[in-house]
Every structure is written in structure tokens, then in C-alpha cells.
Design a protein around this ligand. Structure first.
Ligand code: AMP
Ligand code: GLY
Length: 434
């Protein structure tokens, strides 16, 4: 099978690493050869990749006899790459544009959840900043303000008080820091509880739930500081037990897939439910239409089976034939980020110690924001630079391995958290010693 993998971050490096192990793989192509991790595993797609000139990619697919396209990130899914590339001879892993609105249009997703009776936080949608401000002024509980469109995880403001909520509306709707993604805002009641990410492969009809992960979105240890794309994750998580998982399956995943089908939308790909486990039961904070990043990086080292086969079976409505399970050992992913991340990451620093870290037992390293400079050195090129994953006999062991690898890697101003998994380890936010 000849495969194109679209996307260029740590999640895609992990996907490429797992796909490359499949005996069924012919050639693997990447749209992001500037990522040295991807360049080492895949050949470079040599045509411009954009939705406006999608015919170029379609021609490339014909020329190179591509059978399968795997789409990693949300942007191409929301732009309609799956619709444009699926054909009689080409399968695509990833939902269509209509289905991708679950992630790309939070206002629509809220309406959808309400009509399908899926448990979620109470929310209102506004097109007009003045109306949003008036509404906030009538609320006496903390609110969360979200840009409706895609904002790379940065368009959500968990406001501690009215001033912060008003400031968020100003940034999103008046200063338009997220462009058209801020045409509408969702204002939502703030709910409380542990957060967990549930991933399911969906082939239109069948649902296969993967092991649950917990992501750490805040920049700082003890879950403090600004929200980021994710500073680390571990898997499996004891935060969600079999009973709650079953409830999520019945009350969230099944009704979502069924309601989409009733609307004429066959969901094919990965469905990600970001949940908060409240005293009133699990509630959906957000849907995403792709693997989480960095959750994917801690999931895949535990995956036992043929990932290429599994993704292809999902894309072609044969998920019931897929055969895979999980390494029982826990994994822990720690993100190394650039100084200034998430607001203004400073890049261009030389990275040292990569080979030494990668050679450590039970460690996998995935490139996210890196590139090779003119003299072949790997340098930082983005906010989240590397995903460092440890796998071990216990979560503590997995984290210790990841931390040892993080300590062996050097670049100026590197930021990372040493407390990934603190809730599972019962650390109650006590930050482990440096
Ligand atoms: P989202 O991208 O919608 O998942 O939001 C990003 C983060 O903001 C989530 O992971 C939560 O930590 C937080 N968040 C979002 N919505 C709420 C809510 N209704 N109540 C409390 N926290 C929230
Ligand atoms: N790690 C959160 C996300 O991928 O959205």
C-alpha cells in the first residue's frame, strides 16, 4: 500500500513511525519533509499541498499510485481534504468536512450536542460582542469563552472572574486575535472535575474505543499557567474506570455517531471526546476529529498490531476486522517546548543530545517543531519542539525514563514539566524534585 501522511508535527511523526512498521507498506510519503523525523521515514511529496490547488495532490496520487491518505491535523480535515481525495481507488483516514465541524465549528457542535442529548456544559452562542458582554454581565458564576473556529488550542479562555471573561470577548470578537475563528463565540458555564481524553476509531458505524489518556494542557507544573496545545500526556489513565468508560460509550460516542448518520454524515476516522468527569457524570468539553497531540505519541508506543491495517480498515468500513491490542505497560509523554511558548516561541536554537536520548531503553522521541539547518544540525523551529515518550513497568518508571531522556537533550531555554501524570501518581500537585 502506498500512503501519503498529511501533517508535520509530533503526532504525525508518531503515526509515520508506527505505519512504517507495517509489512503491507509500499512507499510512505510526507507533506512535511522539513521535519527531520518525518524525512527519515518518508519521501517528500513534491507538489504544493493546498486545498485551492488540490488537483496537484490528486495528480500526484495518480502518478505515484497512492492507495491511502492519512490526515493527521484538524485544519486539512476542516478544509475538506478527505472529501476531495477519496475516490474508488483511494481511501482516506479522517472525516469529511461536514463531520469535521464537530471540531472546527464549536457553535455548531454545541447545537449538535444539544439536539442529540449528549451531556455537555450549558452554553450560549453569540455573533455580536455587545450581546456577549450583556450576557456575561447577567451571569453570577464563572464562564468559559471560546472562539467558535479553529485557533490551535489557543481560543479558549477559562475566566476566573467577569473581568477576564470580558477581556476574552474583547480579544476574540473586537481585537479579532483569531481572525474569522472569532466571528462567533461560545460562552459556557465553567464545570469542574478531572479531565480525560477518550479516543475512538469510527468506521461510519462501528466504534472501537482506545485506551484513555490524560493530557496536561497548562504550561506550568501543578497545572498552572496558560493553556497550551498540550505539555504532556500519559496512558492508560486510572482517572476513568471501566464503568465511566461504558457510560461515555453509551451516552457520548454511540449517540454522536448515530446522530451524524441521521444527518447523512458517515464519520470515518478518529473521534476524540475531551471530557470532564463532573459529579453529575462525564460531560463533553470539546470534540476533536483527529488524534490528540501529544496523546497520540503516548498511545502509539503501546499499540500492538498493524497500525496501517487498522487505519485502513477504519477508513473502509471494516473496523470489525481490525485486530489490535495494547502493551499493558504505561507510557508517559513529555513535551519539550521553546522559550516563550505558547505566546511567542523563540526558535532557531541548536538541539544537542538527541541520539543519546533516543538510545535509552524504553524511550521514543518524536520531532514536532524541529528542522535541519544548513550544516545538518537539528534546530528548534516551533513552539512544541519534541515529544519524549517513556514506557515502563509503572507510570512512575515510564515518567522517570522520559525525564532522563529530557535531561539528556539540550537547547537554550527548553521548557518542560516534570509532573506529567501527577493525578494518577497521587502526588496532589507536589512537584517532583529536580
Ligand atoms: P477545549 O479546547 O474546549 O477543550 O478547552 C481547552 C481547555 O479549557 C479544556 O481542556 C479545559 O481545561 C478548559 N475548559 C474548556 N471548557 C471548559 C468548561 N466548560 N469548564 C471548565 N473548563 C473548561
Ligand atoms: N492535546 C490536545 C489536543 O490535541 O487537542
Amino acid at each position: 500500500m502506498n500512503v501519503i501522511l498529511i501533517g508535520g508535527g509530533g503526532r504525525e511523526h508518531a503515526l509515520a513511525w508506527a505505519i512504517a512498521r507495517s509489512p503491507r507498506l509500499g512507499s510512505l510519503w510526507t507533506t512535511h519533509p522539513q521535519n527531520p523525523g518525518l524525512a527519515a521515514l518518508a519521501r517528500a511529496v513534491d507538489v504544493p499541498v493546498s486545498i485551492k490547488e488540490i488537483y496537484r495532490l490528486q495528480q500526484f496520487i495518480k502518478r505515484e499510485r497512492i492507495n491511502f491518505v492519512v490526515i493527521g491535523p484538524e485544519e486539512p480535515l476542516c478544509e475538506g481534504y478527505a472529501d476531495a481525495l477519496t475516490s474508488d481507488s483511494v481511501a482516506v483516514f479522517g472525516p469529511t468536512r461536514d463531520a469535521a465541524r464537530l471540531e472546527g465549528d464549536k457553535a455548531w457542535a454545541k447545537e449538535f450536542m444539544r439536539s442529540a442529548l449528549i451531556p455537555t456544559a450549558e452554553a450560549r452562542v453569540f455573533r455580536d460582542a455587545r450581546a456577549a458582554v450583556e450576557y456575561l454581565n447577567t451571569r453570577d458564576t464563572p464562564q468559559v469563552v471560546k472562539a467558535s473556529g479553529l485557533a490551535r488550542g489557543k481560543g479558549v479562555f477559562v475566566a476566573a472572574n467577569l473581568e477576564e471573561a470580558l477581556e476574552a470577548v474583547d480579544r476574540v470578537m473586537v481585537r479579532r486575535e483569531f481572525g474569522a475563528a472569532g466571528d462567533r463565540v461560545v460562552i459556557e458555564e465553567r464545570i469542574k472535575g478531572p479531565e480525560v481524553s477518550v479516543f475512538a476509531l469510527v468506521d461510519g458505524r462501528n466504534i472501537a474505543v482506545l485506551d484513555a489518556c490524560q493530557d496536561h494542557k497548562r504550561l506550568g507544573e501543578g497545572d498552572t499557567g496558560p493553556n497550551t496545545g498540550g505539555m504532556g500526556a500519559y496512558c492508560p489513565t486510572p482517572v476513568i474506570d471501566a464503568e465511566i468508560m461504558d457510560e461515555v460509550h453509551r451516552k457520548v460516542l454511540v449517540p454522536t455517531v448515530d446522530a451524524l448518520r441521521r444527518d447523512g454524515i458517515e464519520y470515518r476516522g478518529l473521534l476524540y471526546a475531551g471530557l470532564m468527569l463532573t459529579p453529575a457524570g462525564p460531560k463533553v468539553l470539546e470534540f476533536n476529529v483527529r488524534f490528540g497531540d501529544p496523546e497520540c505519541q503516548c498511545l502509539l508506543p503501546r499499540f500492538r498490531g498493524d497500525l496501517l491495517d487498522t487505519l485502513f480498515a477504519t477508513a473502509t468500513g471494516r473496523l470489525d476486522e481490525a485486530d489490535f491490542d495494547w502493551d499493558p505497560r504505561p507510557s508517559c509523554c513529555i513535551v519539550l517546548a521553546s522559550p516563550g511558548y505558547p505566546d511567542e516561541p523563540r526558535t532557531g536554537a541548536v538541539i544537542e543530545g538527541l541520539d543519546e536520548a533516543a538510545a535509552m531503553e524504553g524511550v521514543s522521541i518524536f520531532h514536532a517543531g524541529t528542522r535541519s539547518d544548513a550544516s545538518g544540525r537539528v534546530v528548534t523551529a516551533g513552539g512544541r519542539v519534541l515529544s519524549v515518550v517513556g514506557i515502563g513497568d509503572s507510570l512512575r518508571d515510564a515518567r522517570a525514563r522520559a525525564l532522563a531522556a529530557c535531561d539528556a537533550i539540550h537547547f537554550e531555554g527548553k521548557q518542560y514539566r516534570r509532573d506529567i501524570g501527577w493525578q494518577a501518581l497521587g502526588e496532589q500537585q507536589a512537584v517532583p524534585a529536580r
